[in-house]
Design a protein around this ligand. Sequence first.
Ligand code: AMP
Ligand code: GLY
Length: 420
Amino acid sequence: MKVMVVGGGGREHAIVKKIKENPSVTELYVLPGNGGMAQDAVCVDIGAKDIDGMVAFAKEKAIDFAVVAPDDPLVLGAVDALEAIGVPCFGPNKDAAILEGSKVFSKNLMKKYGIPTAAYEVFDKAEDALAYLETAPIPTVIKADGLALGKGVIIAETREQAKEGVKTIMEDKVFGASGDHIVVEEFLTGPEVSVLAFTDGKTMIPMVSSMDHKRALDGDKGLNTGGMGTVAPNPYYTEAVAEECMKTIFLPTMDAMNKEGRTFKGCLYFGLMLTPNGPKVIEYNCRFGDPETQVVLPLLESDLLTIMQHIAKGTLAEAEVEFSKKSACCVIMASEGYPGKYETGYEITLPADSSRIFVAGAKIKDGKLVTGGGRVLGVTEVADTLAEAVDKAYATVKTVSFANAYYRKDIGKKALAAEV
Ligand code: AMP
Ligand code: GLY
């Protein structure tokens, strides 16, 4: 079976490694992949937003199954384009990917169907938003409508910051057209949980829960990043919370999308906050999270490709989806300076066994693997307890080296404190 995976980060490396476990896979391609994945799949120099390129490639190679992992191609309609030439895909089509592509859409959907989320207002004009902020409760949260590389969210502690935020997004257009419309929402508090769920629009199977560490520095300080590390399961996500989320959030979201004629199939990511008034949706993503995937997939005991094929066929109810009861920890090693300015091109040394190292930003130069991005790689370890998984991950981190490596030293600390 010939399989292609679209994307090029640590998440895609984790997906590729898992898909490779299926013995029927004879050829595995990743578009564009990165230098650190070359041992696991054939990297093809086609960008993740080049939909014409991926369609032509799928035709040329007679691809049997495609996995579209990142948000951009999903929102641009990569799945629609591949399905149109008869390639079965894992991932939502364009109409369903809007759940992540437009915050205005997702907030309005939650309001219409009574799915718990922060109270909000939508604005199309900066002057209206500024007038509203004269009396709005503070702190408040300002969000650009469209995709903004995970950076389109401003938490404003003061009225002045909130107004500055509106100006940056709507007038200075730092996120381009993503800032044509904004959502101003209520500031919520409580532990955050990421839940990825498999769904084909009829069945919803949540995966093991996880906890991201979004800020750059220890103690959740510094700038927001794409994620500096993850642990799974998330100790705040108890069975009682899981049951409540299934009833008030997961199934209602699946049903709402069906009612809107936008059936979602693929991986639906629920970014949740467990507030004093119950679990609420902070954000939806239309894809696997990164670096959540790097802890969730190593705990998946069933065959990923088979599950994905069931979802494409609409038979998820028949799939076996089992997760291990163990724990996992992923520590992201980044280039010093990320998410701001950083230097790349430094040689990376990996341990002999790199089976649990997921490479995100690296390339091959003169036959050597060198750094090529902000987040360079993720080191994941699995163990019987979270404490052991954290220790093992940090021990493995010490066996990886590149000149300007930076990583947080406290991944899992909050989760361990919550366990007792
Ligand atoms: P997002 O890019 O939507 O994941 O938001 C980035 C981060 O901002 C989230 O992980 C939360 O920590 C925080 N955040 C987003 N919305 C809210 C909110 N309504 N209240 C409090 N924090 C929020
Ligand atoms: N780790 C957060 C995300 O994938 O959006």
